[in-house]
Design a binder for this molecule. Sequence first.
Ligand SMILES: [Zn+2]
Length: 290
Amino acid sequence: MPLNWRNFTLPELPEVETTRLGIEPLVTGRALESIKVRNAALRWPVEIPPDLRGQTLAGVTRRAKYLLAHFETGVLLIHLGMSGNLRVVSSTQPYLKHDHVELTFAGDRALRLNDPRRFGSVLWSETNADGHWLLDRLGPEPLDDEFDGDYLKRQARHRRVAVKTLLMDSHIVVGVGNIYANEALFLAGVRPGVRASRVTLAAYQRIALAIKGVLQRAIEMGGTTLRDFVKQDGNPGYFKQSLNVYGREGLPCRVCGAPLTGTRLANRATVYCKNCQKTQGFAQQPVLKS
Ligand SMILES: [Zn+2]
């Protein structure tokens, strides 16, 4: 049975982007009518200035895994942590357990942050959020044009870390979580443990394309879950996508049939195919049978 994203509830970049696409049209252009903080003890104490009331939400953008809600006097930075989700419901709906923050907009649109593990955050920035201490040192967005093989090759010069560890470093590129790093390296035919400085430019070009591909596919699949953002009991934003390697240690490779190898790199679960993923040369890239 193929594994799917519902086994992994950690919101990754595609889940955050799908959340953005789901809530933005429901609340943008509306005045904020009330603020309710039911539990301020998230990863950091919740920061919402009282004078946000009455302001109109100009739009919701995303940087890395932060949703940025743009108001007249600044930006609210919302992070879903390890277990958070956002829903838009009627304010008359009873609260769910773990509904910590509610922003109610004109037209009875209540935006609720639910987060059982409370690793999420709601923080305030009076200036452009790019300068916020959480965002100012982040690498480029993986789906932007500036992120490509040439960029990765330049960043990898003299780096002794494994290529998989490099890809997961948010100073190099944001939003490449453990699952996506495993999957992209399989699709690119590169062994995760190879020292980053030894990976060729051609291989980095394949890696960059594979990262964009797996993220884009997940975002597109998330589109089918958008209606869940207005359902009280919805668990929005976590997608089905069959995985080639992650969680499949010991199972047959979908390309060559050999059992997949499991290991740990930088203390993160790592799975690869010894046949299809090379440590040098990188002449071939596995071709998936569809
Ligand atoms: Zn294989």
